[in-house]
Every structure is written in structure tokens, then in C-alpha cells.
Design a protein around this ligand. Structure first.
Ligand code: PHE
Length: 335
């Protein structure tokens, strides 16, 4: 009997150790170690079962019952504890990983197109709507496309107007977009209706209105029966589309070897008295049409070349052309 009493004490010790221990558990891994300590093959409960063999028959039945009850109790307690911990872990994850949809979003700046690119794309879309195609050409150009084909022979004093950067004896960085006209007309039969946007280079000293690198948009329309009146209409339409209603434009006489007659295009806002030059224009000189194999008796054409920076400066009130190039974010981010 003494043995049985002793066993009873040990059973209740194991039971209270187990119950207390389980209360303090917070994670499933410790739970498993704890379970092995009690229910493992060599655990505390298994060790108690070993005592059975030493008991006499009467005591053994009772001891067996008590030990089995302890084992059942332990199993149920562990299962309960495991379920409880699973729920706790899950709830923890749910709180931790919860997305609060009412929080304000996090803004990430993606950057945007440079003002000059925006303006150029806008000009392109205006002319695309009017039925023009966009054509491009090389920035390193031969003297032929840049000058001769445009009716500016060697030694012609007008070449000085396009003071250029030469790459070698006969190639230069194009000082205007007009050579693209020639390249397109050589490849296409009339009618031709194109605009040619692009970068140009001149040996100009940099100041508020001059830059050795700048952008032009050239326009060319060649077809039967075109006149200066059509040119004026196209420019007026474009100015209204790009600048809006508050502007006036004016044509005045000028000279370019590749146009005859040639005009200068000026514009001003209605409130102002200052006329600002947009660029040059004119009826394509018959000699240019002949150079590309067109018959000047059958077709006529007109062209203009406007500065893209100039247009942006007029529209946004920018007073220094250098601002386009210095990459000052305070400027760039305004547009
Ligand atoms: N190519 C001229 C320039 O850059 C502009 C122009 C283009 C003039 C087309 C008339 C016709 O100065």
C-alpha cells in the first residue's frame, strides 16, 4: 500500500507540473519539447509505468487505472494547449499582416517627360491631326543635303548664317532641319505633307536667347496649286491650336536661298506690343524642287522652320533658353 501511496504522490506531482507548465507555454516548439518530456517513450509518465512491475497484483490494477487516467489527462491537456496556441499564432499573424485599406497610399514619383519633349510631342500631334506625317533625318549631315540641295552653293554668302560644327571636310552637325525635306522629297512623289522635328547645332555663343544646341520643327507641303495664302492659313491654324486664342501672328519679308518668296513669322500675345520671332517660312524655291526631281511647273510647295525652345518660351513665359539644358529640378518639375 505504501508503494501505491507513493505512486499516487508522484502522479499528482507529474499532473501539477504538467498543468502548471502548460499554462506558461507560448509557442508550439516549446510545447513539443514539453510534450516529449512528459509523454515521450522515456518521459516522466513512461517512467512511472515502469513501477507497475514492482507492485503486487491488487495494487497493480489500481495503479494501472491511475496511470492510464494520468496519460489520458496529459494527452487531452496537450491537445487543448496545441489548439489554443495555433489560434494564438494565427491571430498574431492576422494582426501583424493586416492591410489597413483606409491608410493613405504611398506616392512614388515616376518622373516625367522633359518640357521640350512634351512640347515637341504636342506639335507633332497637332500636325498629325491636320494630316501631316512625322519624318526624321540624321543629325550629322552632308554638305549636299544641308546646303547644295537647298540652293546654297559653296561660297554663297548665306552659308555664314548657318555657322556650323564640321565633323570633317564635307560633313557637319546639321544647323537646321531643312535637309530632312530634301531626303523625304528624294524618296517620295508629291503630294508631300510632313513635319520634321529634331535637334540642330550652330556655333552660337550661349546667351539667354542662343544655344549651340536647340530644336526645330520643319514643315513641308508640296502639291499642285499651293500658294502663300495656304502657308499663312496653316501657320495661323497651328498658332491657334498651340498657343490658344490670345495670340496674333504677322508675316514680314525675309530671305532664304531655299524659299521664294521668304517670310519671317512673328507673334505676340494680344496684351503685349512686342513681336517675337517664331522662325522662317516661304514658298519652296523652284531650284530646290528641281534638285529632287520634281517639276516646278506642276507642283508648288511651302515650308517653315520654327524653334521649339522659342515656342515653349513664348507659351510659358520662360526668358532664358539655357534653363532647358541645365537640368535644374526646380524648373523641370514645374511642367
Ligand atoms: N531652315 C531655316 C533656318 O533654320 C528656317 C526655314 C525653314 C526657313 C523652312 C524657310 C523655310 O533658319
Amino acid at each position: 500500500m505504501a508503494q501505491l501511496d507513493d505512486l499516487r504522490k508522484q502522479i499528482s506531482l507529474v499532473e501539477s507540473d504538467l498543468d502548471e507548465g502548460l499554462l506558461g507555454l507560448t509557442d508550439q516548439q516549446t510545447l513539443e519539447t514539453f510534450r516529449i518530456e512528459f509523454l515521450g517513450r522515456k518521459g516522466r509518465i513512461a517512467r512511472l509505468f515502469k513501477v507497475l512491475g514492482e507492485l503486487d497484483a491488487d495494487a497493480r490494477a489500481e495503479a494501472g487505472r491511475l496511470l492510464n487516467a494520468l496519460k489520458d489527462h496529459a494527452n487531452t491537456a496537450f491537445d487543448k494547449c496545441r489548439d489554443k496556441l495555433q489560434i494564438v499564432t494565427l491571430e498574431g499573424r492576422i494582426t501583424k499582416e493586416k492591410v489597413d485599406l483606409t491608410l493613405p497610399g504611398v506616392y512614388r514619383s515616376l518622373g516625367h517627360l522633359h518640357l521640350l519633349t512634351q512640347v515637341q510631342q504636342e506639335i507633332e500631334s497637332i500636325f498629325l491631326r491636320m494630316g501631316f506625317d512625322v519624318a526624321t533625318g540624321p543629325e550629322i549631315e552632308s554638305e549636299y543635303y544641308n546646303f547644295e540641295a537647298l540652293n546654297i552653293p559653296e561660297d554663297h554668302p548665306a552659308r555664314e548664317e548657318w555657322d556650323s560644327f564640321y565633323i570633317d571636310g564635307s560633313h557637319l552637325l546639321r544647323p537646321h532641319t531643312s535637309p530632312v525635306q530634301i531626303r523625304v522629297m528624294e524618296q517620295t512623289d508629291p503630294p508631300v505633307r510632313i513635319i520634321c522635328p529634331g535637334r540642330c547645332y550652330r556655333r552660337d555663343t550661349q546667351d539667354a536667347t542662343h544655344s549651340p544646341v536647340f530644336h526645330q520643327v520643319e514643315l513641308l507641303w508640296v502639291e499642285e496649286g499651293l500658294s502663300l495664302a495656304n502657308l499663312k492659313y496653316v501657320i495661323e491654324l497651328f498658332v491657334r491650336e498651340f498657343f490658344g486664342e490670345g495670340y496674333k501672328m504677322r508675316l514680314s519679308g525675309d530671305f532664304f536661298p531655299f524659299t521664294e518668296p521668304s517670310v519671317q513669322v512673328h507673334m505676340r500675345s494680344r496684351g503685349s506690343s512686342d513681336w517675337l520671332e517664331l522662325g522662317g517660312a516661304g514658298m519652296v524655291d523652284p531650284a530646290v524642287l528641281t534638285n529632287v526631281g520634281y517639276d516646278p511647273e506642276k507642283v508648288t510647295g511651302f515650308a517653315f522652320g520654327f524653334g521649339v525652345e522659342r515656342m515653349a518660351m513664348l507659351r510659358y513665359g520662360i526668358d532664358d533658353i539655357r534653363t532647358f539644358l541645365i537640368n535644374d529640378l526646380r524648373f523641370i518639375e514645374q511642367f
